[in-house]
Design a binder for this molecule. Structure first.
Ligand SMILES: Nc1ncnc2c1ncn2[C@@H]1O[C@H](COP(=O)(O)OP(=O)(O)OP(=O)(O)O)[C@@H](O)[C@H]1O
Ligand SMILES: [Mg+2]
Length: 508
């Protein structure tokens, strides 16, 4: 082989073995060469590509970009940029593109394009960004949980206290009722954000997903259009999952409401299904943020709708906080769902196509270990029950203590207060068995509720302990080596909630 032929052979070998796509074109942009990497990247063979214009690889909406790049090359410019190109057979690819003029005897004769696939790097960057968003929102939600819920406790608590003091048919009662309702909505909103941060989990119990899904779907049926048919495809036998019941209700509610909204005013079906099955690597890889979960047996809950479906661009963003395509949406539903699922070490996956409906599948590990259990209740009923004895109120927020004192007095209790765990222990030492119940805040300076609990139990083993918190970390529950508490009340709460809970734990 002559030197020049050897060189030509070597050049073509290099081009053929490159991992980057290398495309040669004439000055007008007509493709004249197309290496194997280009075949892999764009899913088109050399025969199909040669003779096409460069714009063939550009999304129609950005065709002008290809033309401008070629103009630059004809002026002898070399261009490097990151862009998204079109796969002629469908789909897109993120690339880093280097476009250089090719000259012969000093005159431009064509151009070469070298394209590197950036999908993996983009995915990694997105993962990092998501992690940062999650982190900062988690912090924000932590602040909201503590401060916001304390504030709402004062608003809602005082409104409910006032309600108990004015006649039921007065204007004042109605106004208090409105305040209470507004505070409840604000608490819902804080709850969605808290859930997103993954810090919402608190009350773990064994949950029957069949029952939960059916109950929630039936509850939501009343608010759906009559044209929506609700169907069930439930496993005959399903192990219970270790989960926070309130949060799982939030998951089903958000998914079913989204499904109903996707159907809109049209005829359609929502199918709620459950099953026990194994999730393998492939299945988990298709989940949102679940890539690092181990394979294993999972309990699956799916909500499938025959609604509008989603395109790839929408699907990519649905879990972002505040992403919505609805005029009145807040875009918090799915981000809350994702946070809850993460908190439960579960996975969520969406399968959807425009016009073909959507299926959301959530998976919870089957047979997770039992964590300490606390019972919660937030039912609101009118009840003349009144208690007796002293309740020790432990909370670092003076206004919360004040409201709780007022509320407890309305319920017939005497009260004592403490601003943190250390004070609580002192009070308990003074009052001893006169204390029949303790309302214990979880997050306090100096000494938390969790730390104080074993000592309080030692000093008075018969007092009932009701944990109150707006901020709820699973870890906090794990810290309770003093045993379980008798009840849990989520901030903000009302007189009615206190009445129901205290009545139950004190056996009234
Ligand atoms: N079942 C579904 N079918 C089609 N699109 C859906 C479905 N579920 C969610 N989406 C899309 O995901 C977006 C985000 O959903 P998400 O529940 O987080 O917020 P939202 O429903 O818009 O508002 P919010 O839930 O806060 O009231 C929706 O706006 C919609 O575009
Ligand atoms: Mg929603």
């Amino acid at each position: 082989m002559s030197d020049s032929r050897l060189l030509a052979h070597l050049s073509s070998m290099i081009v053929d073995s490159s991992d980057d796509a290398i495309v040669g074109m004439a000055l007008d942009g007509t493709i004249v060469s197309w290496n194997p990497a280009a075949e892999r990247m764009f899913g088109k063979s050399r025969l199909e590509a040669v003779g096409r214009p460069l714009a063939w690889l550009w999304p129609a909406a950005r065709a002008a970009e290809a033309a401008a790049l070629l103009d630059g090359v004809r002026r002898g410019e070399r261009v490097r940029r990151e862009t998204t190109l079109r796969k002629p057979g469908g789909g897109e690819v993120d690339v880093s593109l280097t476009l250089s003029p090719v000259t012969h005897g000093g005159n431009p004769t064509g151009a070469s394009a070298i394209l590197r696939d950036m999908s993996d790097r983009r995915a990694l960057e997105k993962k990092l960004r998501d992690g940062q968003v999650l982190e900062s929102l988690g912090l924000l939600a932590g602040g909201i949980a503590h401060d916001f819920n304390n504030l709402l406790t004062v608003v809602m608590g005082n409104a409910s206290t006032l309600k108990a003091l004015v006649p039921h048919d007065s204007r004042e009662w109605d106004m208090c009722d409105d305040i209470e309702t507004a505070a409840e909505r604000a608490a819902d909103l804080a709850g969605q954000m808290l859930a997103y941060s993954g810090r919402g989990m608190f009350v773990l119990q064994r949950v029957d997903l069949n029952r939960l899904a059916q109950e929630m779907a039936e509850l939501l049926r009343v608010s759906m259009s009559k044209d929506v048919t609700l169907k069930y495809d439930l496993a005959a036998v399903l192990p219970k999952v270790e989960a926070d019941l309130t949060q799982l209700r939030q998951v089903v509610m958000n998914l079913v409401i989204n499904a109903a909204q996707a159907i809109g005013g049209k005829h359609g079906t929502i199918t709620v299904g459950t099953r026990l099955a194994r999730a393998d690597r492939d299945w988990l890889a298709g989940c949102a943020h679940a890539a690092d979960l181990p394979e294993g047996d999972f309990v699956f809950l799916s909500i499938a709708d025959s609604g509008c479906g989603m395109d790839a661009a929408t699907k990519a963003r649905i879990f972002d906080p505040f992403f919505t395509t609805k005029s009145t949406g807040r875009g918090l539903g799915l981000s809350a769902v994702l946070g809850i699922i993460r908190g439960h070490k579960g996975a969520i996956r969406v399968d959807s196509e425009p016009g073909k409906g959507t299926t959301f599948t959530v998976a919870f590990p089957a047979g997770a270990s039992l964590a300490p259990r606390v019972r919660g209740d937030s039912a609101r009923i009118e009840d003349p029950w009144r208690g007796a004895g002293t309740v020790l109120v432990v909370d670092d927020e003076p206004k919360v203590r004040e409201f709780a004192q007022n509320a407890l007095q309305i319920l017939g209790f005497r009260t004592a207060t403490a601003g943190d765990g250390i004070e609580a222990i002192e009070r308990m030492r003074e009052l001893g068995s006169a204390v029949s119940a303790v309302l214990l805040d979880l997050t306090m300076p100096r000494m938390s509720g969790a730390k104080a609990l074993p000592e309080l139990r030692k000093l008075n083993s018969s007092a009932k302990v009701v944990l109150i918190s707006g901020f709820n970390e699973q870890d906090a529950v794990r810290d309770f080596d003093g045993g379980t508490v008798d009840a849990f009340v989520k901030k903000p709460f009302t007189v009615d909630v206190l009445r129901v809970v205290l009545k139950r734990v004190m056996g009234g």
